[in-house]
Ligand binder design. Sequence first.
Ligand code: FES
Ligand code: FES
Length: 857
Amino acid sequence: MTQFTLNGKPVEVGDHPHLLAALREELGVTSPKDGCSPSGQCGCCTVLIDGKASVSCLISLDKAAGKSITTLEGFDDAERERFAAAFAAAGALQCGFCTPGILVRVKALIDKKGSALTREEAGRFLGAHLCRCTGYTKILDAVEVLARGESPQAVLPGGVGTRGARYEGTALALGDRGYVDDLRVPGMLHGALRLADHARADVVRIDTTAARAWPGVEAVFTAADLPGDLRVGIIHTDWPVFIPEGGRTSYLGDVLALVVADSRQTAREAAQLVEVSYRPLRPLTDAVAAIDDPENAVWELDGNVLSRSVYRRGDVDKALAASAHTVHEVFQTQRVEHAFLEPESTLAVPGPDGTLKVFSGGQGVWDDRNQIAAVLAIAPEKVVVEQVSNGGAFGGKEDMSNQGQTAVAAWLLKRPVKCTLSREESFLVHPKRHPIRMEYWVGCDDDGMLTALKARMIGDSGPYASVGMKVLERAAGHASGPYRLPVIDVEAIAVRTNNSVCGAFRGFGANQAQFAMEGAIDRLAAEVGLSAFEMRYRNAVTPGVVWGPGQVMDVGSLGARACLDAIRPVYEQAVADGKAVGLGFGLKNSGLGNGFLEIIKAVVRFSEDGGVEVRHCWTEMGQGVHTVALQVAVEELGVGADRVRVVVDTTRELGAGQTTGSRGTVMGAGAVADACRRALADGCRPGVDYEGEYRVDWTNSLEEGLENPVIHSVFSYAAQLVVIDRETGGIDKVVAVHDVGRAVNPLLCEGQIQGSVHMGLGYALSEEFPCDEEGRPKNMTLRSLGIIRPKDVPPIEVMLVEAPQPRSPYGIKGVGEIGLVPTAGAVAGALHDLDGLWRATLPMHLPVGAAATAADE
Ligand code: FES
Ligand code: FES
């Protein structure tokens, strides 16, 4: 036993791998979060040890013995309130998973330095903390406020268009609002996955004898135990829940067994005792070569082409031949890990009535429910998936990760089972951003007016479909960026390989395509002799222009030039100042589009005491969908924000599909507004469920063969400027102008954009998740991913433009996804202005000698 003082009281704990495990698993202290234990690289588990901030997952119990440990639970109440309010008021948190650890560090810093603490120093010290959501800008704003000794109030926003703190912001900041891994129920067991050892190998035998015999192990489950379907998937059901004996692995995230034990640690130890014999096979890891490879990358699937998205208008070769200027370039983007801070976790709890309740942090509880029911071979109504707001997702939690296996264990054992992935397992299991090879031919006339675009894209989708075909379809659709092109010919192929699965990730193919298109635009501008600005302005889409796959742009596209108009003075000033500048310009749809019928529902209900409950079923993952729902209710009903309670309700058929593609804000707002209007028409009677709906039933798929399909119902636009100092080679600042249609909450909008730009700079300069020739990821720690650290984030200035989208509630366009669409192109342009080199491959890295280097710790 080990003794120490916790928040002023003596405690005693048993054996644990580190202090964090003792705090969370035995003492029930959950404000320190586990983002990467035991590697000490995210900072989420930071506590005070004898007054000094330390990551608790690096502290052995021997080291903790006799020490005084303080967590956020042990701060005095006034201090807790002040710190949390400062962060919420500044918009310094989104998903909140990183925030408790940061608050502990900030307290230690302020205790030591007081008002002498500078922004720069704070940035350096926060290097021990990853925040994937905010881009750090608003975190440093909050630290400055706290260092000055101020006590701001976290005031909720009012109606649509008002600035205010996020819903539940202070509880999130303090780590009081639980994530799945923070949940505990009586009799709960713990699961751990046994993953594959080879990316492509026949599984000859799975021997669970030693694992079953390990003290504390309750059961080991394999494919042989599955009551129902072996395979799941959001669109194609091709992803095995377990690989059985006699089956074949297709990537290193394949699951062979789930071990269930009385503690997480025991389950993890025993999982390594599951012995698997293999017959290794040649992995297919080159997407281009895999297209024609006679062998199949994926077990029992024929062929390696997952999808082919094609469209054309006019004779592209003829138009290119007739163009005054042409460029031809091959662009290559990289695979990227989401690095959401909360690893995947699932808790499954069997009910006495033959139902199964599953607590999931996924992005689509209805898909989770249906897939779990299929795996268990029971009716979907018997599965209730409760949505738990997650600690970041960015698209990486759309597919099931461990929900299926955990549900099987709980169902068969008739006991609650929780399974939380380690950081390494999370890296291996969930889909990444697609690396895409893009060959572009683009032409223009002597005035710089674009004449034709031919694009050929090949994306490495990994083995299982996930939404890979949709990502490549979206890349194809966005191939021309926000530009008018009279002639276009595009083909995008998603290829199955044995590398990591690739799927949804903020931007969804639009980032890759527009990095290529922006590169082509800059090269053509140089050929013609136009500025980067003028080239873009002349060719920007406007109402009535036929875009990409043939869509006639509506008046919402006024936002394109509005962004350029807003950035023009800043651009011209930077050029006049002799800076190296790069301009990125982009568009991104919101919603699914492509002919999907999207019906979204929400419920508003009044209580006798005048309170209003708003029920929806979107995933809150830091993007602020709860706050949007609250603001719409305030706007429509005229009630105070403090009267509104937002509830995620997955017990009613409000089915919204995946929270993806910036859908939550646009469609959630529409459904809540409709529910409120119905309530008003009926006198807002207490106890009545007023159900509202928002539907998009006017988009078309490419397959319909229409000349002018409405592929998407909403587009947002952005122009970003990257300014580089010619002396140091470092980035001076990024200016991000975004047309969001209507900013529901400008504070949260800015935060989304700053976080996206931070992610976009990493995408441009340093982030990658490569696999070797065995299909094995090379960067298996958070630090090796190349995420830009706080001290290296340049100032990010945000300007919001509001060009309303017709047929969209309040004109909203969405902001979650477009944030990093223009960033890499802007960085590439600025680097070219700096040293005259054209770049076509991501990440680009800053030139040697640049003052700001990314991820150098
Ligand atoms: S969990 Fe300890 S630093 Fe990440
Ligand atoms: S708010 Fe920092 S990781 Fe989400």
